[in-house]
Each structure stands twice: as C-alpha cells, then as structure tokens.
Design a binder for this molecule. Structure first.
Ligand code: NDP
Length: 468
C-alpha cells in the first residue's frame, strides 16, 4: 500500500526516555524510540502472521489463549513486582497482585466466549448469514495507570478474533509491559503480538500507518483526538477510552458505615489514577458532616509508602507530569478558600507522594470539581435538592462512569436513569467486570470493551447472502 506521504509527516526522535521507579526515583532503564523503519518491518511481519493466525480453527486460538492465561498466572508474582517497581502501586491491597489477577481473568473470559455466525434473515427466497471477520492489524495504545491490565483488555480480544496486535506501552511503564509481553509470547506463535516502544510520536506513527485496521486506545481526551485525526488517513476503526470525571451522588440518609469501604476504594483505587474512579462526590447538606467524618476516619487508617513494602496499601502517583497536575489543582483549591477536610501523612520518601486529601467548600465552577484530578484528592460538594445534584453531575464534557449510593435501590435506579454516563453503578463505583460491556459517552470516547460486545468491536461484519 502507498504510504510515502504519511511517512514524511511523522518524525520520531532518537532521544531515549528514562523510566523511573516512582517510589524511589531509581532509574529503571532507557526507553528507546522504535524507528519508522523498524515499525514498518514489524507491520510487514504482522501481516504475514495474521494470515496464518486467522486461518487457524477458532478452537485452536481459544486453547492457545487459555494457555496464555496459565502462563500469566504462573508468572504473576514476578510481574506484580515489576508493576510495583515501575508503575508504583503496592503489592498489597487492590494493587499489583490484584492487577495481575485481573490480567488472568480478562484473558480467560474472552478466550472462553464464542461469537458464532448468525442467520440474520431467512425466507423462501434467500438466506443471509453474518460472519465476524478479523480486521487485520490492531494498534494497541496503552496507558501507565494499569499498564498490564489495560494492555490485556486490548490484546486478548483482538487475538481471540484472529487479528495481529502491535502494542505501544506508555513510555512511563515500558519495562513491566515488556516483561508481560515476553510471558505472553512464550505461548503465542511468532509475530502475532509485537511491541514498539518510546514516546507519543511512536504511537502517532503507528496509529496513522496505512496498514493499521483498528486502534484500541486508552488515555487522555487530547491524545484520543489525535488518534481520531490519524484515523482520517487510514480509516482505522477506533475504540477510545478517554477517561472521565465521574460523579457520585449520595442520596439522603445513606447508611454510610455499610458502604464506606466501597466508597473509599471507588475514589482512591490506584491513588485515584483510574479512568473510572469517583472524582467528585455530591452529598446532601444534612448528611455532609456524617459522610465527611466517615471518609476522614477511613482515610486516616490507610498506610501509604513504597509499594514494595508489604505494609503499604497506597503508593506514589506514577509520574512527575501527573504529580504536578494534581499539585496545581490542590494549589488552585487553596486560592479559592476551599476547606481542606482531611490531609493524610506524606511518607518521608523521595518519590511522587501526594497524601490522601478531602476537599470541601467547593462547587461546579471550581477547577478541582470541573477537571479530572486523576489522583488521591476528592472534592465533596453539598447539594440541597436531588435535581441540583443530577444537573451538576451531568455538567461535564465527559461521561464514563457515575454512581448513586442509597439504602433505597428503587430510588437509586430512578436517579441512575438520569445520569449521562456509559455505566452507572449503584452502591459501588468502577466495579468493571470482564463479561459486562464498558465504555463512555460524550468526550469519554466511543466503542465498548469486554464481553461479547468487546469481541464484536475487534471484528468487521461480513454478510454472505444466498439466493434460494
Ligand atoms: P496520553 O493520552 O498522552 O497517553 C496515553 C497513551 O497514548 C500513552 O501510551 C502515550 O504514549 C500514547 N500517545 C501519546 N501521544 C500519542 C499520539 N500522538 N498517538 C498515539 N498515541 C499517543 O496521556 P498522558 O500520559 O499524557 O496523561 C495525561 C492525562 O490523561 C492524565 O493526567 C489523565 O487525566 C489522563 N489519562 C487517562 C487514562 C485513562 O485510563 N483513561 C490513562 C492515562 C492518562 P506516551 O506515554 O509514551 O506519551
């Protein structure tokens, strides 16, 4: 395929990037930018490998992927240690070991699901059968927050449906990703899963390549829009998960003691660096003291430190860019006279640590409420009426997740129906599941992952229409 004009447009520098341990700032290694020529060569290899892979019986691909799940399980301890070292999340709690168990589960489920052909119409005159064909080569652009789990979400369904995959991990979490890809490739046939490394420009070159048929992207809205622009060149199909600014609404009278653990982890999982974390909490004014006290008490008992230390349940923020962004939002809150309801202990370590912080006396219109903090800082906003809370929750350019918390499930469902989000959880937040489709509305992106819908998203429908 002709690609000279495309190749001239994208420059890839040869300056490497230093990957650091975010707890200690120890240098892990130099991330080298894969050159354009190397990417072209990998794409040529992927084309050949994909033809062989898609020609295999479906049951063979299924069995091979179930063996991948076994290999991930076998190596889960050392891969979890890699995650902690490079990404920062602790081994303990819902951290790196938890991420590895998710990798195993999110490999087993797409490997086990079936997407058979479907007779979509039949009468005396004709029969129309819909087949789900692979797209070809999938470019997977993975972020640094859940580097292995999100890579698995992108890789496994794509392979299951007969595609080849070329993945670019985030520059911040390259080495743990390379370790996992080594484990996966110990089971897969050659060249069906390949990796390119380096900065965003490597991702830019890959996603715009004429031979790429599909891009699976998780990251920021700004970069998601660049991926959309790139797809104007090659018409690649896109699944874009661009994060959100998820709202949670607590309905009046909630039994907070029963829900405090779920509420806390809904907001602070992975130091808040999770696309579907609860990022702004709306609380009825009569319950404000009770809820903020319960959150304060819970936050006070969560140890933060180097993730390699088994007593740590929370770790550092992953990188300097994110650290600065969160600090800027905290400073802005100080300038608008917000109430700092709670500020936790910052560990006496060199890394990118930001203590757990609860912020009150803020509202829509303040940056800490309007912008995605993606960190361990939660604004708690008082409301007087439910209409006001719903309207403020929906007042966002994004709509990934949302949650409603109540003792009354019927009432909660009525509120859930009015929230603009891809998923609304009741009495939990961010509770994703490999069988349940997940994706956003508005600028949180488009397309869904997981379950049968996720498998469909890495195929193209093909109809064979027979005249009788
Ligand atoms: P990005 O969107 O830039 O990074 C996500 C992925 O896209 C990384 O692999 C990145 O590579 C890659 N990338 C960068 N530029 C391009 C490009 N032109 N074409 C293709 N791929 C590209 O996010 P940041 O890391 O800059 O984080 C910024 C903000 O995004 C965060 O503060 C957070 O709010 C949000 N975010 C959301 C995530 C989510 O789960 N939805 C995950 C991560 C961030 P590289 O890292 O090497 O630049």
């Amino acid at each position: 395929m002709e690609n000279t004009s495309f190749a001239r447009e994208t420059r890839i520098s040869d300056t490497p990037f230093l990957s650091l341990n975010p707890s200690t700032l120890e240098v892990i290694g130099e991330v080298v930018n894969t050159s354009r020529e190397e990417i072209d060569a990998k794409i040529e290899k992927a084309k050949k490998a994909q033809k062989l892979w898609s020609a295999r019986p479906d049951t063979e691909r299924k069995d091979i992927l179930l063996k991948v799940a076994e290999a991930l399980q076998l190596h889960s301890k050392e891969l979890a240690e890699w995650i902690t070292r490079e990404q920062g999340k602790p081994l303990s709690g819902p951290g790196a070991n938890f991420e590895m168990q998710a990798c195993v589960g999110w490999t087993q489920v797409p490997a086990s699901l079936d997407l058979p052909e479907e007779i979509v119409f039949e009468d005396d005159t004709r029969k129309d059968v819909l087949y789900r064909n692979p797209i070809g080569i999938v470019a997977a652009i993975a972020p640094w927050n859940w580097p292995l789990m999100i890579a698995i979400w992108q890789i496994i369904p794509s392979l299951r449906m007969g595609n080849a995959v070329i993945i670019k991990p985030s520059e911040y979490t390259t080495f743990c990703s390379l370790e996992m890809i080594k484990v996966i490739n110990s089971v897969l046939p050659e060249d069906i899963l390949q990796v390119v490394t380096g900065r965003g420009e490597v991702g830019g070159y890959l996603t715009a390549h004429p031979e790429i048929g599909k891009v699976m992207f998780t990251g920021s809205i700004a970069t998601g829009k660049k991926v959309i622009e790139a797809s104007a060149k090659n018409m690649a199909r896109l699944t874009l998960e661009c994060g959100g600014n998820d709202a949670g609404i607590i309905l009046p009278g909630l039994d907070i003691a029963q829900h405090i653990e779920n509420l806390f982890w809904g907001a602070f999982l992975n130091m808040g660096q999770t696309c579907a974390c609860l990022k702004r909490l709306y609380v009825h004014e009569n319950d404000y003291e009770k809820i903020t006290q319960a959150l304060t008490d819970y936050c006070s008992n969560i140890p933060m430190g180097n993730g390699a230390d088994e007593s740590s349940v929370l770790g550092p923020v992953q990188n300097k860019m994110q650290y600065d962004k969160i600090q800027d939002l905290i400073s802005d809150s100080e300038n608008v006279d917000a109430e700092f309801i709670f500020t936790g202990q910052k560990p006496d370590l060199e890394g990118y640590f930001i203590p757990l912080t609860l912020i009150g006396n803020v509202d829509n219109g303040n940056r800490i409420v309007d912008e995605e903090q993606f960190g361990p800082v939660l604004p708690v906003i008082k409301y007087k009426t439910l209409e006001e809370a719903i309207s403020k929750a929906n007042d966002s350019e994004t709509g990934l997740g949302a949650s409603v918390w109540s003792n009354d499930l019927d009432e909660a469902q009525k509120v859930a129906a009015q929230l603009e989000a891809g998923t609304v959880w009741i009495n939990q937040h961010g509770a994703i599941h490999p069988f349940v489709p997940f994706g956003g509305v508005k600028q949180s992106g488009y397309g869904v992952e997981f379950g049968i819908e996720g498998l469909k998203a890495v195929t193209v429908p093909k109809i064979i229409s027979i005249k009788k």
